[in-house]
Design a protein around this ligand. Structure first.
Ligand SMILES: Cc1ncc(C[n+]2csc(CCOP(=O)(O)OP(=O)(O)O)c2C)c(N)n1
Length: 316
């Protein structure tokens, strides 16, 4: 997407994520999803804001809560739903599930069950891109919990030393599993801590997709022009539990945050600018709901991978 993002496209991308995730939230209690899913409802602005500023050759590493990153990057909902349902037509052949979805054609290295696992991968990808002269950069998404992992500090250290074209995007949704971020995070802020490594680091309102986009655009421009890495702490809200089904064992631990809605925010901004924003949103919601429902029907009609596939693509 261009430097000036099309706001209807941003709205559509966020609405698609919301519809995709709401569908999963319905399927889980019906026992129709194998494994665990971590939903990103409420965090759409971060993924869409950043991915809309990326170019086709840029690399992306994601997290255990990564459906919104991949959808915003253009990974088809059909392949993702098939993957989550363990079908052979899934983007990872049905063997990875929600936390191990990759799409090489879109330079998505993968969602990742290891907290912080994608961060050093992004530094490596950034250095490789520069060495090969592709002009690409690499974006690492990670949570506030991952921001307390040593691997982030090692990665920041090397990225700054090597001036890697890497963008570190901390998606601070206020909780590390069931623990409020503030209870486990020292210092003034995650962005301030990152700044001590000697790279530009800023905090943005992650529920304002246009603000996130602009921060990412600047960071990517800097990376591409040889200016080295940057850090964005994108403050947002996780509407649902850490994972679906947690209420079967977890005590209540968080306040409702549904009033903090990046989709409402963009709709409001468009209405203020004189657009028929409500009508546009409803139209997009209808289209995206139909799209994800078609994707579900298609995925459910597909077989699970044959057993011999378990031994293919195994490297260690
Ligand atoms: C290395 C590692 N340690 C612990 C876990 C267990 N775990 C899974 S998700 C999670 C919390 C991650 O919090 P955060 O990075 O803030 O991401 P969020 O869930 O808020 O998106 C933890 C501790 C893990 N998967 N990997």
């Amino acid at each position: 997407m261009s430097a000036a993002p099309d706001h209807a496209e941003l709205l559509d991308a966020m609405v698609q994520v919301r519809q995709f995730e709401e569908l999963l939230a319905e399927l889980f209690p019906r026992g129709e999803l194998p494994g665990v899913v971590h939903l990103s409802i409420g965090q759409e602005g971060v993924a869409v804001g950043v991915c809309s500023a990326m170019g086709p050759d840029d690399w992306l590493t994601s997290t255990h809560r990564g459906h919104h990153h991949l959808l915003a990057r253009g990974v088809p909902a059909e392949g993702m739903l098939a993957e989550i349902l363990g079908r052979a037509t899934g983007v990872s052949g049905g063997k990875g599930g929600s936390m191990h979805m990759a799409d090489a054609s879109r330079h998505v290295v993968g969602t990742n069950g290891i907290v912080g696992g994608g961060i050093p991968h992004a530094v490596g990808l950034a250095v490789a891109a520069r060495t090969l002269g592709t002009g690409a950069c690499a974006v690492a998404f990670f949570g506030d919990g991952a921001a307390n992992q040593g691997v982030l500090f090692e990665s920041l250290n090397l990225a700054v030393l090597w001036q890697a074209p890497a963008i570190f995007v901390c998606e601070n949704n206020g909780y590390t599993e069931f623990t409020p971020t503030d209870a486990v995070t020292s210092g003034e802020s995650i962005a301030a801590r990152a700044a001590s490594f000697g790279l530009p680091a800023r905090a943005v309102d992650g529920d304002d997709v246009a603000e996130v986009h602009e921060a990412a655009r600047q960071a990517i421009e800097q990376a591409r022009s040889g200016g080295g890495p940057s850090f964005i702490e994108s403050r947002t809200h996780r509407w649902r539990g850490h994972h679906e089904g947690e209420e079967s064992y977890a005590r209540p631990y968080r306040e409702p945050v549904e009033s903090q809605d990046p989709i409402d925010r963009l709709e409001g901004a468009l209405a203020d600018a004189g657009f028929e924003a409500r009508a546009l949103r409803e139209l997009l919601e209808g289209e995206e709901k139909a799209l994800v429902e078609r994707a579900l029907t298609a995925a459910q009609a597909e077989p699970e991978p044959p057993i011999h596939r378990a031994f293919e693509d195994v490297f260690a």
